[in-house]
Design a protein around this ligand. Sequence first.
Ligand SMILES: [Zn+2]
Length: 83
Amino acid sequence: MKPDLHPVYPPSRIVCACGNVIESRSTRGSFHVEICSNCHPFFTGKYKLVDTEGRVERFRKKYEAKPAAAEAKKAKAPAKAKA
Ligand SMILES: [Zn+2]
């Protein structure tokens, strides 16, 4: 290898949020990831929502709170079509 040309490429540990640890090499050293091939639904075959900021929770709160309003809209819609 030529001197002063190659980047530092030490062994590193990539740690996933699920606890899986991958031993590899990286120029940026060890780091954490949110999802890996051990826990991603594509590889596990299990359905699982990947929710990082509570978005799913907020969506459910928003639309579960007022089911009556949604039904009221449905009832109004045909009346508007006639007029
Ligand atoms: Zn993982």
